[in-house]
Write a protein that binds this ligand. Sequence first.
Ligand code: G3P
Ligand code: CA
Length: 274
Amino acid sequence: MGVLVLPTTAHAAAGNDRTTVVAHRGASAYAPENTLAAVDRAHSLGIDWVENDVQRTKDGALVVLHDTTLARTTNVEQLYPDRSPWNVSDFTSAEIRKLDAGSWKGAQYAGARIPTLHEYLRRVERNDQKLLMEIKSPELYPGIEDQILVQLLKDGWLDPGHVKNRLIVQSFSANSVRAVHLRRPDIKTGFLGTPAAADLPSYAKFADQINPSHTTISADYVKKVHALKGPHGKPLEVFTWTVNDADTARKVMGYGVDGIISNAPDVVRDAIKG
Ligand code: G3P
Ligand code: CA
């Protein structure tokens, strides 16, 4: 007769109904990160939530890319050999449009482009998905928060339905998260990092989530976050990253996290099922 292993917390007992699984940079284990192909791959896996990273080009366009340089995930060094260090902010949107952001991940993705935020929002909308949007390195892009809010408004992402159920804005920059909260207090926000427990109340004034690396948390830390109420009067949530294997997914679910951000969201979903 097999050994019955009881869940150690009420949260684990609840299974995954309460744990949101987010495709990190899209389903980036399988498709080139932060491209429309990665959004579509998450969709085909049945994953509702996608995470992305937003930056700004030299001529002021909002684009979706993780690194602040174009070198790792595109053919920029071949196309523009004399433009080192290939910063996103040194290239125009027309130049960025010419880059291949897919081949590095596999020949089948050759020709995938770095999407504009507008294109990205349209694809997430078309797929009926939800967006955890990161403002990446905002110190490099003064005023990017306002610009992002304008784009979200133009693309229909600031209506009550999107704001209530389909959008979270996060950043490693507390100033950036605070700026978004002050301009649009209705938007759900997240701070990326692991603030000391004593500092959590100050974050709870402008962030609904504390989103730490899974390597930095414990059940006790998650409990301390949950004990506080965020700007919308609800307990602060924890979405942890980047969890790509079943054992770690089950471990952090046991800690009681509210969300798990993963390059392989199908692996996480299957691990925490039921
Ligand atoms: O969403 C969490 C995660 O994206 C933060 O780290 O470096 O992958 O943007 P990074
Ligand atoms: Ca990110």
